[in-house]
Ligand binder design. Sequence first.
Ligand code: HEC
Ligand code: HEC
Length: 495
Amino acid sequence: MRRVLTWCAVLAALLAATVGTSPRQSGPSLDAQLAEVLEAAGFTGEVEASLEARLGRPLDPNKAELGRLLFFDNILGLHGDNSCAGCHSPAFGFGDSQPMAIGVDNNGVVGPGRAGPRNQRRSPLVANTEFYPALMWTARFVALSGDPFDNSLGFQFPPPENVVATTQTLLQAQGSLPSTELVEMAGFTGITANPGPFGPAHFQFDDGHGEALPAPDATGFHNFPIQDAVDARLNAIEAYRVLFGTAFNGGVPLPPGGITIAMRREAIAEFQMSLPGADAPIDRFARGDHDAMTAKQKRGALLFFGKAGCVACHAVAGPANEMFSDFELHRIGGPQLFPGFGVGLGNVIFDGPGANEDFGVEQTTGDPTLRYMFRTAPLRNLAVAPAFFHNGAFGSIEAAIEHHLDVIDSVADYDPDDNDVPADLSVGPIDPVLAAGIDPLLASPISLTRKERNELTAFVAQALLDERVLDFCDLVPASVPSGLPVALFQGCGED
Ligand code: HEC
Ligand code: HEC
């Protein structure tokens, strides 16, 4: 009897698996429905293919290759202890390997074993960011035209940059900024305490407090002393003068002083644009390959675009560039996490009376009505992320979605241990967040059955994943032109 039961269970499981995974079982009506829904939503699955047309030129492989080396080279961090890849890890789709970023003063490891003072938020995935009309969790770097490839109205950066830049794309404008972030790359100490391997760095902090701004350059940026110091470091390295010459000077090596900040940000943006990331099952389905998604994912998609209401914020049409975000600001009541401030804790002083909150957009605008608001998170390739929301409060895509379905319930039951939150992060107050009011679209619970929740999760986790992001470890260079050590990337086969 027991044996019979077991066999029944196995058979049932097999059947369920076949129905769940075989696209052929889905039947024409599900396909037809989804095709119609996607068309009505303005989703084409062709955004990745549109890149070079939007850019008005082909990608430049020499610039992208130079950008790759810069992305991995600690030379951009004044104390030689962090690179872009230190926070945007290739083993995690060039996103964070941690729930909350650890920047300078780290242990040289990128991955679950990374240690050092926390910053404030989670590093987003950089693949596809060229399509974002507003960058950062608080959408504070903005293409004023609404189109990140259209610089006619400029790209707005709040203080301390305080410029409307006129680089070719928004992403280009952003590429040089992390080097001036003290907690991310520059470090806190100047000449006396820690000169770094490339000698004394004479700079002042561009904290926007009381220093006169240097004159703007042709793209609108003020060249802060930290940036000049980074440029001087690059110019001192012959291998970089050769590589920048290949990318920007017809193959002729640049003389010392020839490497500029504008070249640096262009190369880094070119590398980021060269990363694949927007050819997922949903894109292939939209282009007519109806076998690209499982029946379960298709049903999840119908919920996402239908009764679960997700597309109202995680938009695909127009300025969303099929990135599953309206790039607008919303208050959706996520739990707060903070590392504390001081030795062995964090190096950012958090907001609020207890210094244990993140005021979100208010930090940039000073407008208290925008407190706790964040940009609708774009949803592509989240399957490779270790944690979710701006601070990594949720440990799975499922938990992140569940939060939306019943915000009050989610925060009442919130347990950091269930969400793999590291022990150095504590939970901040939620009452002031709820008191500020939840976005009307999520203010009352959305009722979905367990089966529907699973389908919705399958759609977000699997159907938006471009599997090529799993190969980003191939891009880790064996060495970088500065000769500085390349970090150890856990998950890239070397842990
Ligand atoms: C200390 C870790 C750290 C380093 C180093 C770092 N970043 Fe980031 N990056 C972040 C965090 C955290 C955010 C989000 C910040 C926020 O929203 O307040 C971010 C945001 C971004 C974004 C915007 C993504 C989006 O979804 O809008 C891009 C693009 C980016 N970084 C590229 C880079 C590049 C290029 C470098 C190197 C020049 C770099 N980052 C260095 C942590 C880091
Ligand atoms: C009112 C607008 C709104 C609606 C409706 C909405 N979301 Fe969100 N979503 C957001 C915002 C804002 C964030 C970022 C929150 C944060 O970081 O604190 C987010 C974050 C997420 C994340 C985490 C992404 C990441 O990178 O951490 C997932 C997953 C997600 N939403 C899925 C959904 C699904 C599925 C639905 C439909 C049930 C939905 N959302 C409905 C606004 C919305």
